[in-house]
Design a protein around this ligand. Structure first.
Ligand code: OAD
Length: 252
């Protein structure tokens, strides 16, 4: 582990541009369940993969809206953990020395922004913003539960609001994908943190950085399909590993 930590620290120290991809694991220590974890309470019997689709919303907009509203409130209550804070600190360090830092995230919870990260690219959108299914107008709902389900649009009578997240089968936001392509084709270091690396296209960005010869690393307590392909691996929760990494970078 220490050898991997020092390999990671020296690659990041020498890098001009560092790109990071985060997934649900980064928010696990903020008590937001990872996407593939068993759902809690009321939602125990549901499979998240069958709720996160346009077909599910069309077939049962009330259940899907209630599920997203429940998750939105959990995200609003949550606080960034030491992993989020370490990534914000890493960005400050790199920017202060004239470098670039790009944080690509699959998370919809906005905890990176709450922790102080600035250059955040939301590949799967955000649960904090909802839009009218008729005209696309976006709203940031008040920090309390919706009082009607499914959620009626305020701008078009008879239309519904839906969360601005990317559902299975939908395209990722064009601008976010283009920033991710640019980052993976110019970065010196690419780090994959708290993601199962199974959902494409997000999982493909580290592969293309690796093929170009960038230094690649992974932070995750479990193995993923990328584990044997990265140059270094910090095996453990990101809330413990990332502060250690930032400390190691700062200490030499
Ligand atoms: P997953 O739930 O698939 O994977 C979470 C990953 O986090 C796993 O690899 C865990 O081992 C790891 N993990 C758990 N606890 C951790 C901790 N404390 N520190 C670091 N890692 C930890 O979530 P994602 O990979 O983010 O997409 O899933 C990607 C996408 O799949 C989601 O954005 C969602 C889902 O389908 C859409 O909705 C389109």
């Amino acid at each position: 582990m220490d050898e991997h930590l020092s390999r990671a620290a020296s690659a990041i120290r020498e890098a001009e541009h560092v790109a990071v991809m985060t997934g649900a694991g980064v928010s696990a220590e903020s008590r937001i369940p990872t996407f593939r974890d068993t759902m809690e309470g009321l939602w125990k019997e549901f499979d998240p993969q069958t709720l996160a689709t346009p077909e599910a919303f069309a077939g049962d907009p009330e259940t899907v809206s209630r599920w997203y509203d429940w998750r939105r409130l959990k995200c609003l209550e949550a606080e960034p953990n030491p992993g989020h804070l370490a990534l914000a600190e890493l960005e400050r360090m790199i920017v202060a020395r004239g470098g670039r830092f790009t944080l690509l995230t699959q998370n919809v919870d906005r905890l990176h922004q709450k922790a102080g990260s600035r250059n955040v690219v939301e590949l799967h959108g955000t649960i904090m913003v909802w839009r009218c299914t008729e005209c696309g107008r976006e709203f940031e709902p008040a920090p309390e539960a919706f009082d009607a389900f499914p959620v009626p649009s305020e701008c078009h009578e008879g239309a519904l609001l839906r969360p601005c997240v990317v559902w299975f089968g939908e395209m990722l936001p064009e601008q976010a994908v283009s920033v991710a392509h640019e980052a993976s084709s110019t970065c010196d270091v690419f780090i994959s943190i708290g993601t199962s690396s199974v959902v494409y296209p997000a999982a493909g960005f580290i592969e293309s950085a690796s093929m170009r010869g960038a230094s690649t690393g992974e932070v995750n307590p479990a193995e993923t399909p990328m584990s044997t392909r990265v140059d270094w691996r910090l095996e453990g929760p990101s809330g413990a590993m990332l502060p250690r990494l930032v400390k190691a970078i700062a200490s030499t």
